[in-house]
Structure formats: structure tokens, C-alpha cells
Design a protein around this ligand. Sequence first.
Ligand SMILES: Nc1ncnc2c1ncn2[C@@H]1O[C@H](COP(=O)(O)OP(=O)(O)OP(=O)(O)O)[C@@H](O)[C@H]1O
Ligand SMILES: [Mg+2]
Length: 253
Amino acid sequence: MKNILLSGKNVCKYFSQNGTEVQILKSVTTDIYEGDFTVIMGASGAGKSTLLYALGGMDSFTGGEVIFKGQSIGKLSENKMAKLRSSEFGFVFQQTHLVSNLTLFENVAVAGYAGKTGDIKEIHEKAGRLLSQMHADNAKDRLPVQVSGGEAQRAAIARAMINSPSLIFADEPTGALNRKNSDDVLKLLTELNSNGQSLLMVTHDVRAAVHGNRILYLEDGQILDELTLSAYNANEEKERAEKVNTWLSSLRW
Ligand SMILES: Nc1ncnc2c1ncn2[C@@H]1O[C@H](COP(=O)(O)OP(=O)(O)OP(=O)(O)O)[C@@H](O)[C@H]1O
Ligand SMILES: [Mg+2]
């Protein structure tokens, strides 16, 4: 039996567009399990990012509840939410959002200062270890403008990992990368997951989605269906892609 890490219960979100209220998330209910690599797919504008940000406490929602480890996060003060985000969650986006005047190493380390340990030596050791695990060793003393897109994204993943998060939220982490860098990043995320890291990733790309073991399909602000897969195995990549493509076709993707 898997443990539930995070639950969305009837999560709703309205935006005001040209003076009218538009409902972007329509009562989304789902559980995210510990140890899973959960993927969210759906057409552009379906509400994937909005859902990810609501579940990750990065953005408010209009109705419903998000429960993390038994705690309703919608009611937390901004201060408590920020603490929870920095200690329990990690975030990776399409753009790396690295601080431009800090080296990759410094970017990772600085994120660690906000974490639980507070022990600078320990944080620096861990930052070095993570950058090496992400194969970004050679680039670690360079600024973000002096490294490739792949190196920058791998450093961003190291930054997301620095505080040993319970869950990493990733919004199209391979969206800005070429095929080679994208494959490298997916391989690293899959490696983290096989070592126990829980992940929740939004993607458009079937090549990325096959790395997950569960895929939620969002349409027009609602979860329309979900597909369960076995844990990722590189030897079964083709069969997995076929399975996902067949499922997506049945959803008129
Ligand atoms: N701040 C905002 N104000 C008004 N509408 C918004 C706002 N943010 C998002 N929306 C609208 O909400 C809908 C869902 O947006 P969202 O970014 O979640 O989609 P998405 O599924 O992530 O799309 P994509 O695949 O293009 O990233 C879109 O129609 C978008 O225009
Ligand atoms: Mg999006």
C-alpha cells in the first residue's frame, strides 16, 4: 500500500478575464503517492500549470483543499507556507530561474541556506555531491550564462534537491531543451525516483511522460482519466510509448 503524500480535494480556481470570472480548475480531486513519479498531461490551456502551482502552494486557489501530510496548506500563513515550500518541496521549471550573478554551485548552496540543517559545511558538501550526481561538476563554478541549457537545468534539479524535499514539482522541465539534454534530464529525474524521490511533472511530451508510473490527463480544468504504468524500465520504452499513445488517442489528444 502506498502512502498518500499530497491530496487535492475539489480544488477550484477562478481567474478574472476581461471582467468575467473564468473557472480554470473545476473541482480537481486526486491523491499523489509517496515514491511515485506522477505525470500530468493535457492540451495547452487545460490548467496543468495552474494545478501544479495550487498543489505546490505556489499560487492560491479559490475553493477546495490541498492536504500535504495531513495538513491543509490553503490555510497556512504566507510565512508558514514559505517554510513548508522550502523544506518539503522542490521546484523545477521550463526556465531554470537561476540567479544570474551566482555560480551554479552558489545557486544550489544558497537554496540550501533556507533549509532545515543550517550547517554551512554540510550544505556545501551536499551541493557539491548533488551537482556531481547531476553531471554538472565541470560547470559548477561558472555563471548561468556561461553554461549550456542542459547544464543549467541539471543545476536547477540539484537546487530542487538540496533540502531533501518530500516532493519535486516539475513544470515542463525538458520544454526548453534539445533532445540530448532532454533525455539526460529525464534519465536523472528517473534515477532520483528509483532512489525513492517522489515527483510530480507536467509535460506535453510522450517521451517524457513514459518515465512516470502514473499519468493524469487534464482537460478543461478537470481530470478526465488516468493511466497506471509499471516503474520505468528503459528496455520497455517503445511499449510504454505505444501504451501512452493509445491511451491519449482514446482521449482525443
Ligand atoms: N493569471 C491568470 N489570469 C487569467 N487567466 C489565467 C492566468 N493564468 C492562467 N490563466 C488561464 O488559465 C488557463 C490554464 O492555464 P495554465 O497555464 O494552467 O495551462 P497549461 O495547461 O499549463 O497550458 P500550457 O500547456 O500552455 O502550459 C489558460 O486558459 C490561461 O490563459
Ligand atoms: Mg503550463
